[in-house]
Design a binder for this molecule. Structure first.
Ligand SMILES: [Zn+2]
Ligand SMILES: [Zn+2]
Length: 84
């Protein structure tokens, strides 16, 4: 039962190796991780979400795919610059 599922980059659609974490063609993460890297009050969230998840199922933070505009039907406006 060696079922092998091909994995494709959500951005450029190039075939990726099963074990790849990032697309070797464009650098897009191949797993829809959580963008919550933690701060003083929160712990880092390392949940891997479904490919079409715009928000993390564990903590509600936007997912990496969502931030990169890769989730279908949602698009984030990235004109805004974050200031510190
Ligand atoms: Zn790619
Ligand atoms: Zn999370």
């Amino acid at each position: 039962m060696a079922e092998k599922k091909d994995k494709y980059c959500p951005k450029c659609n190039q075939k990726a190796d099963e074990k790849d974490k990032y697309c070797v063609h464009c650098g897009t993460p191949l797993f829809n991780g959580c963008s919550n890297k933690g701060d003083l009050f929160k712990k880092k969230c390392s949940t891997i979400n479904r490919d079409n998840a715009a928000y993390c199922s564990s903590c509600g933070a936007p997912t990496e795919y969502y931030l990169q505009g890769l989730v279908h039907g949602t698009k984030i406006n990235y004109d805004r610059e974050e200031r510190r």
